[in-house]
Design a protein around this ligand. Sequence first.
Ligand code: FMN
Length: 408
Amino acid sequence: MSVTEYRGFAGVRLEAEIRGSADDPAVLLVHGAGQTRGVWSGVAEALERAGRRVISLDLRGHGGSEWPADGRYDFDAMVEDLRAVLAQLGSRPVVVAATLGGWIATAALERDAALLASGLVLVDVPLALDAEVARRIGARLREAATLAPGQAQWDSRLLDAFDSEAVVERLAGAPRAIALPTLYVRGGLSELVPSDDAAAFVATFPDGELAEVEDRAFVVADDRSEAFGGYLIDFLERRAPRASPEYREGSDARSFRDALGCFATGVTVVTAMCPDGTPVGLTANSFTSVSLDPPLLLVCIANSAGSAPFLRKADRFAVNVLQIGQQPTSNRFAGKGEDRFGATPWMVGEFGTPVLTGSLSSFECAREAVHDGGDHFILVGRVLKAIFEPRRDPLLYFRGKYRKLHFA
Ligand SMILES: Cc1cc2nc3c(=O)[nH]c(=O)nc-3n(C[C@H](O)[C@H](O)[C@H](O)COP(=O)(O)O)c2cc1C
């Protein structure tokens, strides 16, 4: 888990907690009135376990976000905060928002919904507010805010800046414009949102569905919201599924590389001596053992590699398997414009090939065969001699990154 910051309307600093991998589809959690992002902790954990990246935001004047000195807590400022955060995210999240947060999310998505988000989940969002209920809630919040002055989790000036009736009026036409998969979740015992109202409201969304959580007044009232987590994950899996990346012949080469990168390998440097006595070599992880008797191995070399013509013709070559301390060597033999051999300890091996000293193992080979393999060629070597160091750990390569052995 980490904490990050976004810039809201007029540069206000907004804080959010982030869980889960950046590769996973995102869910943005927006808390309700009188709450902070902490209210989502149980939901956030469940979402992370279900393979989602979770961003829990503190609204302005709440929790770790800025409590603006000018006391700007009007609805428009908070709506613009959310739009700004959505624009700063790398991907379009499903926005999950409770009570006040739901009002803000609905207004924020009234324009550009499909550009900013991939789904919307509204929890206990009152759509018409009975004046008496509004007064009771206001009084309850005010009391909570003054109970522990100095320790308050949110700025009680918000209550003075906020006109809930005007907000409800303003939101009347918004759902029609929000063409996103939408879930409305209502606490079965809610006094805030009568059941019939919820059904009518959901029907105003182009793609809305309703869920009622039994035995609850408020769905997200504390961090024990398992029932809600279940509805939410079911909705996400149906309507915003985690896509596994896919490659098909002819589609983007990047996905093909990523698919191949799922195969963890060691790293080698393949070397040979040119006829004029200069050594050549390049980093290669396409190393494979081939045969025990005769002792054969192979590496695949790109036809485009600068050293390819020499390696194709060389009678002898060496494969040096790198150990964990040789990451700089790997970079050097994969990079352009490097003094590869000048900066690397090496010696001429018994069979005349450049052997990198300190490698995990080095195989001196005679060229057995060369096969064409698309944009690479397959260089098969008969092993003349192998030396190896049993006490070092290998340098590993997986998903495009160097790795080290980890024994649990
Ligand atoms: C971890 C790693 C593995 C690589 N594996 C191969 C490989 O198997 N075959 C290959 O031709 N190039 C591979 N490369 C790329 C070459 O090392 C890189 O293109 C190098 O600059 C080629 O050098 P040259 O053009 O001077 O011959 C790999 C690079 C890295 C970092």
